[in-house]
Design a protein around this ligand. Structure first.
Ligand SMILES: Nc1ncnc2c1ncn2[C@@H]1O[C@H](COP(=O)(O)OP(=O)(O)OP(=O)(O)O)[C@@H](O)[C@H]1O
Ligand SMILES: [Mg+2]
Length: 1037
């Protein structure tokens, strides 16, 4: 390593934050949901494509871009390497070569160096920073090479390396090298020379890389225990490793000091996906504060670098930004690694990460070579090592230099000696543990964060061994749902068994056990809500298995399957080929992922005596699709207050947000701060609200033919079951509200094109409402929205009646029916939503704000056409009535013209008839054998024409009636079909499954058949009508 000549004056270098981007391979979840890669990289540029609008492409240029997505294979040491010489795959060694070496180089020169990994959860931050098993990341490689270089330089200088490791969770600092936890965490102090530093943080002097490896292992163990104790997810914490590297040049009495900070930041989920957006309670907790502040600091510094005036950089807003003050805009050479997922489903997050990185690259730092005399160095160092804000020492005079030199060396030697003693103790413990791993059966922890898997090992010595929260247990285990005395393991006669204490939850291979159960090597055990372990059996049972197969997802999937949850049961498997639809499969995976969280939330609710019961549900979005297609499903959480039977429906995002807040409250409870919280801050509380119970589909086809429709349709709930029955009437009518007669029916809906179409929707009543049957004090309300109506129209709330009468009529008018509107009527259903009201909840009102009204006060639909004529938003409210008047007048004039036209036509016919009568009278007097007579004789007489017209009219009316009956029948059939398709057997039964598949397939075939017959009939009728018109027109003229 090249060592710069040390001068007395600090050397200033202004440099930008370097930014690297790295894209990882698809995860299992992304693969099985058929994800597409939206990232491409060419040299330094990274391009991202919007999966919804393929032509939307954005390109970013960063200092470095690493393609780690594909083109790799695993070598015999488990390291990922390029699969062939042409592959552009960048492995851990490539990343280290650029970023790690540059960091080391800066350190040797005496600059502070910082490395930050930023990106959403699961994007590969920890993989790049720490790495997994043999595929080591930057941190271990930097440490390893640092000691290799020190070894080479040891003749010339004395190098001192101090190591610290901390975690910031919820604005509290946890020392990951110390087993004693400071209440409220360690504090950040500020010193004039040192800037911000963590008071009382443990710094361990290290002499070789092996020691650092052990410290990191120990740190992970404490991090794992801390996250279990806090019931928190490690993705939400920042991990900061700092190496203080000092080179002491004894001959010149000068030191060069570098602080190497390596930070694995918390997952950078934006508020939208983390769920706090749209929730009454934002993630008020401070979990996100550090990351938000980091963003603000970067933005302020980027603005300042772009020449904008920035008055204040908010370093002091959070713990993280205080500790990174020198790294950003200060005395450090800094590199940011933006870790990204390649998958389309992560597009928004990835784009947000790339934008963040784009801003970060503008930040300018002012790195200084940190050289000082031993006097200054020793003062600063004492403060740091002893953890005091002020060493209080008087200025040393130069003549004390030699003494200080000696003192510094003695201090260092003393620290090393102390550390060696600790090492010796730990070494003994570690080698004992290694020995036990080889000989004893044990439990091996499996965590959601792969970094923390395997850091805890509980050995099962022969005899019995209790597990529980209290210290009296042989295995003391914290965690949600773990009782003081939870379960007992027994190792005797060459076998290990487990038995839970009364009512304690123990799950073996997905199945809850209540009796003593024998364990087999590699059995999966879940204790309490979610503490997962892999059982490693006796050495004789073991083989060369790949333990990584049994990851957290494996445990959860197995548990879900054992509980009867399957992609099949959630309706995500196509009945046609039995294959899961990849896009919908993601819903199943969501479900499985949320299951343990719901279990934990219920456990917290129970312990905090909140009385809430949370259940996962799959909402079928077909319920809200007006074409009734089985488009998509969505996971949601139904929350019931057991005592009052109040119900809430939370979206997945809202539940996740609430879960974090629950954890925080629960943590306070465990720390004996009680469970008292103001109602408006309580994550277990929400104001009572209306609950969506189900939707009814009323097909609008009859309206397109101007036929009245009266139906009783089912409200189907999210389980596909009947919630209530809706009695509804839709009547085509005149602008005055007179119902059209049967003869007004039109065979071809296109006849209505451009004409005024009036109709009334009459909600008659609602029958057999289950919600009301369950609790008579409840109420209901219904809401619907037709075509382009901007608002939802709600019926008035009705309480305390199982079959409430509604009797509400709304008159709608499309002033000039557009093709789009007629098409909508032909192919769509009106979706009527049923809402459950509960005591104290605010019911829905109707705002007329955006609704246009006709002169008669009817609600206008299909308004697009005349919104384009005049941009309605630009019309002032005063102009609106005036315009309506004009429009109405025009409408009336058109109607009048139509009347005139009709009268003229009739007159024309009768004129023609009388003309013919006179003509034939005259002809009677003339000779019979004129040629022209033959021609005229072929034309029908006026009487015949009248007769034909009358016959025609009666045929039309008959056809109209026949079609009406037919379409009504079709609507009912469609409704029933939809219900049938939603309807699934309550339990997945192996015997039933093939039958259900076959039945679903038959239903789908029937649906296809019905649809195609209907389509055919429609086109035939349209064709006949067209032909009839062509035929009639010449004879009428
Ligand atoms: N470059 C890569 N090559 C191969 N696998 C990778 C790579 N990056 C990430 N992975 C894999 O992706 C998964 C998630 O990575 P990792 O744990 O590093 O994410 P993270 O960003 O640290 O997430 P969190 O914010 O939850 O801590 C891991 O299983 C890891 O092995
Ligand atoms: Mg991580």
């Amino acid at each position: 390593m090249d060592i710069e000549k040390v001068g007395e004056m600090p050397v200033l270098s202004t440099d930008r934050v370097r930014v690297a981007v790295r894209v990882r391979p698809f995860s299992q979840r992304e693969k099985s949901s058929g994800s597409q890669c939206v990232i491409s990289m060419h040299s330094q540029s990274t391009t991202i494509q919007d999966p919804k609008k393929r032509e939307h492409v954005k390109t970013f240029t960063f200092d470095l871009a690493y393609w780690s997505h594909d083109g790799f294979q695993k070598n015999e040491d488990g390291v990922l390497i390029p699969s062939d010489p042409t592959s552009k795959f960048a492995g851990q060694s490539d990343v280290f070569r650029d970023i790690g070496r540059a960091t080391l180089d800066s350190a040797w020169r005496g600059y502070n160096a910082t490395l930050l990994a930023y990106g959403q959860t699961g994007s590969g931050k920890s993989y790049s920073m720490t790495g997994f098993a043999t595929d080591k990341g930057i941190i271990p490689r930097v440490c390893e090479e640092l000691f290799q270089a020190i070894e080479k330089q040891k003749e010339k200088l004395e190098a001192q390396v101090m190591f610290s490791m901390l975690e910031i969770y919820n604005e509290q600092i946890r020392d990951l090298l110390s087993r004693t936890k400071a209440p409220g965490g360690l504090k950040v102090r500020e010193d004039q020379q040192l800037g911000f530093f963590v008071e009382g943080l443990k710094w361990v002097p290290c002499e070789n890389y092996a020691q650092i490896e052990k410290l990191m292992e120990q740190g992970s163990k404490i991090r794992m225990t801390a996250s279990t104790n806090m019931n928190a997810n490690s993705s939400r914490s920042h991990m900061l490793i700092t190496i203080q590297f000092k080179q002491v040049f004894l001959d010149t009495a000068v030191t060069k000091q570098s602080s190497i900070n390596m930070v694995d930041l918390a997952g950078s989920e934006r508020q939208k996906s983390s769920g706090s957006e749209g929730d009454r309670l934002r993630e008020g907790s401070r979990v996100n504060l550090s990351l938000t502040s980091l963003g603000n600091v970067i933005s302020a510094l980027a603005d300042s670098a772009m020449g904008k005036k920035v008055l204040h950089v908010p370093y002091r807003d959070s713990v993280l930004t205080k500790l990174l003050q020198s790294a950003l805009g200060g005395n450090s050479r800094t590199t940011l690694i933006a870790a990204i997922s390649p998958a389309d489903i992560c597009y928004e997050e990835t784009l947000s990460t790339l934008r963040y990185a784009e801003r970060a690259k503008k930040v300018q730092n002012k790195a200084v070579i940190n050289t000082c005399t031993l006097v200054r160095a020793s003062r600063a160092e004492n403060k740091l090592l002893l953890g005091f804000g002020d060493a209080g020492a008087a200025e040393h005079s130069a003549c004390l230099l030699a003494e200080l030199q000696l003192e510094t060396r003695v201090t260092w030697a003393h620290l090393l000696e102390q550390a060696r003693r600790e090492w010796a103790q730990q070494h003994a413990a570690l080698s004992q543990e290694q020995q036990m791993v080889k000989t004893l059966p044990h439990l091996f922890n499996v965590n959601e964060d792969p970094q923390l898997t395997g850091v805890l090992k509980f050995f099962l010595h022969s005899g019995s061994c209790d597990v529980g929260q209290t210290a009296s247990n042989a295995i003391c285990l914290q965690g949600l749902g773990i009782s003081d005395k939870h379960a007992s393991f027994m190792n005797s006669d060459g076998k290990v068994t487990v038995v839970p204490y009364s009512n304690c939850k123990v799950i073996v291979n997905g199945v809850p056990v209540t009796n003593r159960t024998k364990l087999q090597h590699l059995d999966r055990i879940i204790l309490g809500s979610n503490s997962a372990f892999l059982y490693i059996g006796f050495p004789s049972e073991r083989g060369a298995e790949d333990l990584s197969r049994f990851d957290y997802d494996f445990f959860q999937l197995e548990r879900a399957i054992a509980e009867g949850v399957s992609a099949d049961m959630l309706g995500t498997v196509s009945p046609r080929d039995g294959q899961a639809d990849p896009s919908i499969l993601a819903v199943f995976q969501d479900y499985v992922k949320l299951m343990p969280l719901v279990v934990e939330a219920n456990q917290m609710s129970e312990e905090l005596e909140k009385g809430l019961k949370m259940e996962l549900k799959v909402k079928n979005l077909a319920l809200s699709d007006s074409r009734g297609c089985d488009l998509q499903k969505e996971v949601m959480v139904k929350v019931t207050k057991q005592q009052t039977r109040e119900v809430w429906i939370w979206s997945k995002a809202k539940f996740i947000n609430r879960k974090f807040l629950m954890e925080e409250l629960y943590q306070g409870f465990l720390e004996s701060k009680g469970n008292q919280v103001a109602q408006e801050d309580d994550p277990f509380w929400d104001p009572v609200e209306a609950v969506h119970l189900g939707s009814a589909h009323v097909w609008l086809q009859s309206l397109a033919h101007c036929m009245m429709l009266e139906e009783q349709v089912e409200f189907v709930n999210c389980d596909g079951l009947e919630e209530a029955v809706l009695h509804i009437r839709i009547t085509p009518c005149s602008p005055e509200g007179w119902a059209h007669a049967e003869d007004d029916m039109v065979t071809d809906p296109l006849e209505l094109l451009g004409k005024r179409v009036d109709f009334q929707i009459h909600i008659v009543r609602c029958l057999g409402v289950k919600w009301l049957k369950e609790d008579a004090n409840r109420g209901i309300q219904m809401g619907y929205k037709i075509y382009d109506l901007p608002n939802i129209l709600y019926t008035k709330p009705v309480w305390n009646s199982v079959n409430p009468r509604i009797e509400e009529t709304v008159h709608f008018a499309a002033l000039g029916a557009s093709r789009g509107f007629l098409n909508y009527l032909l192919t769509n259903a009106l979706i009527v939503d049923l809402w459950g009201l509960q005591e104290g909840c605010v019911h829905f009102g109707f705002s007329q704000l955006d609704v246009l009204l006709t002169g008669e006060g009817h609600i206008m639909v299909d308004t697009k056409n005349f919104s384009t004529v005049k941009n309605m938003s630009q019309i002032t409210s005063n102009q609106v009535p005036e315009l309506y008047q004009k429009l109405l007048k025009l409408e009336q004039e058109t109607e009048l013209l139509r009347h005139v036209n009709r009268a003229l036509k009739e007159e024309n016919v009768s004129l023609k008839a009388s003309l013919e009568r006179t003509g034939s009278a005259q002809q009677g007097q003339k000779s019979d054998n004129l040629k022209g007579t033959v021609m005229t004789a072929q034309l029908p007489t006026a009487r015949e024409t009248k007769q034909m017209c009358a016959q025609q009219a009666s045929c039309d009316a008959q056809l109209a009636r026949a079609l009406k009956v037919f379409y009504q029948g079709m609507s009912t059939a469609r409704g029933q079909l939809l219900t049938l398709r939603q309807c699934r057997p309550p339990e997945a039964d192996e015997m039933l499954r093939p039958f259900v598949h076959q039945q679903s397939q038959m239903l789908e075939d029937l649906e296809d058949l019905l649809e195609s017959s209907l389509r055919k009939l429609k086109s035939d009728v349209a064709f006949i009508v067209k032909k009839k018109k062509e035929h009639l027109l010449p004879s009428q003229q």
